[in-house]
Design a protein. Structure first.
Length: 26
């Protein structure tokens, strides 16, 4: 089953936040 759009946005936001935090606190 495909994920609803809200689930996808939460997933993407989490990944982006992890990447940004790792890039900032290098």
């Amino acid at each position: 089953p495909r994920l609803p759009l809200s689930e996808w946005t939460q997933y993407l936001i989490r990944i982006v936040l992890m990447i940004l935090s790792s890039a900032i606190f290098r």
